[in-house]
Design a protein. Structure first.
Length: 110
């Protein structure tokens, strides 16, 4: 079961510029530490290879936050789950473009 603390998120940054690895941090209301991430894997293809900085709508003074966030570890390690920006993937266009460039170079070389 997923823990969904998004209503307490203040800000954060996740970095997938090293493929196969996602590192970063998030700050949540109700926690005295920034949560750090050291995860194996990649973002989904719409943001793969990117560094993403974000701000949440959390309220640092929310009285519910400490109880909800209790037990949430300050260091998160493991495998990447579903991390996406919700953007349409551009794979088809990139593949088409690379084929066109390749064909162009090849035909000029003959």
């Amino acid at each position: 079961m997923a823990w969904r603390p998004s209503r307490f998120l203040l800000e954060g940054e996740l970095d997938n510029t090293t493929l196969g690895k996602v590192v970063g941090w998030m700050k949540f209301a109700g926690m005295t530490c920034n949560v750090t991430f050291d995860l194996a894997g990649n973002f989904h293809r719409d943001i793969r290879g990117a560094k993403v900085r974000f701000k949440g709508d959390g309220d640092e003074d929310n009285p519910e936050a400490p109880g909800f966030m209790e037990g949430f570890a300050c260091r998160q390690i493991g495998k990447v789950g579903d991390m996406t920006g919700g953007l349409p993937p551009m794979t088809t266009s990139v593949v088409w473009l690379s084929r066109m460039v390749f064909r162009g170079k090849r035909s000029r070389g003959r």
